[in-house]
Design a protein around this ligand. Structure first.
Ligand code: CTP
Length: 397
């Protein structure tokens, strides 16, 4: 049988102490490039919070049947539409019984009934419940219905007893999932690539309390870092001050000034395959920094500014330069200015956007410019634009 790629999984969580193992399972799936849509029953929310699962899966967790935020108002159909499979882990004795009878009285059971993809369940319950004639009948019926049953395992149970009924460990579930579905992991276009990304603004101090900075939020750079990790890359993120949280698996270097950013980039550039310069680096800094707070005892104040090094230009000029990508934020003549920057910095790819629309926003409208032409991308969330940009880079490489 031909192996198929598993890209998108609905992970259903029902009420049981083993729900905590669903957190580790989600991490494993996401780390391996699988998109995980979590659906939890009310009982599951007593054991692990939707907020935890949302943070781990990076997607909104669904718990309710009547969710007005889903465009056609039919989450039971919408959520499993793009799924390659539904896995319920842990699956309680009660949930197995529901599946047997085709009950559809909550979102997860309705989703299972309305699916058009394989269903796998990982039972977790006390050993007496597992051995009861009712559960045995239910499991036999589910197998007849084509549902794949994974486990349970035997060992010490939450109630202190020993026997069959523990949910399989996340690593075992993960491997069993792939072999039961005869599936392989999605190809990750940036697997093995090392990427250095700069993000956010820089700050150039004038005196102990004042500074020159800009309105960059860092959202684009952080979105690129997250998407690059999802696509298999190892990421170093050098960032000016932002209110954002760096992806946990990135190497994170925090800087303030353009010179600190230059040093951090140069210290980390060796062996990098790709450099993406998203940071809004200050072009100038005060020629000198006053040690004391400047007093307002003059009718006007002149601050002499001197130029900062162009970090992207420096990296692109290295003899063993990585594949360099620049950003051009312009207020006018977008494409002409962007192309001019691409040529003058001698880089293969530049990403153009309108500065006042992009700064601080959650969405962006990017245009990619390379030797082969100009590629306008549709307006979309920064994380979606990040993926499209990285796919373009992977194709160019
Ligand atoms: N850049 C950099 N170091 C600088 C200035 C800019 O690495 N000192 C990078 C930015 O990260 C971006 C690209 O160069 O990828 C273009 O930045 P931008 O501010 O749009 O252009 P500048 O080259 O600074 O030119 P100008 O300000 O005149 O538009």
């Amino acid at each position: 049988m031909l192996m198929q790629k598993i890209k998108h999984l609905v992970l259903g969580i029902t009420g049981g102490i083993a729900a905590y193992k669903a957190a580790e399972l989600t991490r494993l799936l996401v780390r391996n490039g699988i998109t995980v849509q979590i659906v939890m029953t009310d009982a599951a929310c007593h054991f692990i919070t939707p907020a935890t699962m949302q943070a781990l899966s990076g997607r909104t967790v669904h718990t309710k049947m009547w969710d007005a935020s889903i465009p056609n108002g039919m989450p039971h159909i919408e959520l499993s539409r793009e799924a390659d499979a539904i896995l319920v882990a842990p699956a309680s004795a009660d949930f197995l019984a529901k599946l047997v009878h085709g009950n559809a009285d909550d979102l997860l059971s309705t989703l299972c009934l309305a699916r058009n993809c394989p269903l796998l369940v990982a039972p977790a319950m006390n050993k007496q419940m597992w051995e009861s004639p009712a559960t045995k009948r239910n499991v036999a019926q589910l197998l007849k219905d084509g549902v794949m049953i994974m486990g349970p395992d035997s060992g010490e149970q939450a109630c202190g007893e020993f026997g069959l009924g523990r949910m399989l460990e996340p690593e075992i579930l993960f491997n069993d999932l792939l072999s039961n579905l005869n599936a392989e992991l999605p190809t990750r276009p940036l697997a093995g690539k090392q990427i250095l990304i700069t993000a956010g603004p820089t700050i150039e101090k004038i005196d102990p309390v004042r500074a020159i900075t800009n309105l960059s939020s860092g959202k684009m750079g952080y979105s690129i870092a997250e998407a690059a990790i999802d696509m298999g890359a190892e990421v170093t993120l050098v960032s000016g001050p932002t209110f954002l949280t760096a992806p946990p698996s990135a190497k994170f270097v925090s800087v303030e000034t353009a010179s600190e950013m230059l040093n951090a980039v140069m210290e980390n550039i060796t062996n990098k395959d790709i450099f993406i310069s998203v940071a809004a680096v200050a072009d100038y800094r005060p020629a000198s920094q006053s040690v004391e707070k400047i007093k307002k005892n003059k009718s006007s104040l002149n601050i002499e500014l001197i130029p900062n090094v162009d970090i992207l230009g420096e990296v692109a000029a290295l003899s063993n330069a990585p594949f360099c990508v620049g950003f051009a934020a312009e207020s006018e003549n977008l494409l002409a200015y962007a192309e001019e920057k691409r040529q003058s910095k001698n880089i293969p790819l530049i990403v153009a956007n309108i500065a006042n629309e992009a700064l601080g926003a959650n969405e962006s409208t990017l245009t990619l410019l390379d030797d082969n032409g100009t590629y306008p991308l549709p307006k979309s969330s920064k994380s979606k634009s990040a993926r499209t940009l990285l796919t373009h880079i992977a194709n160019m490489l």
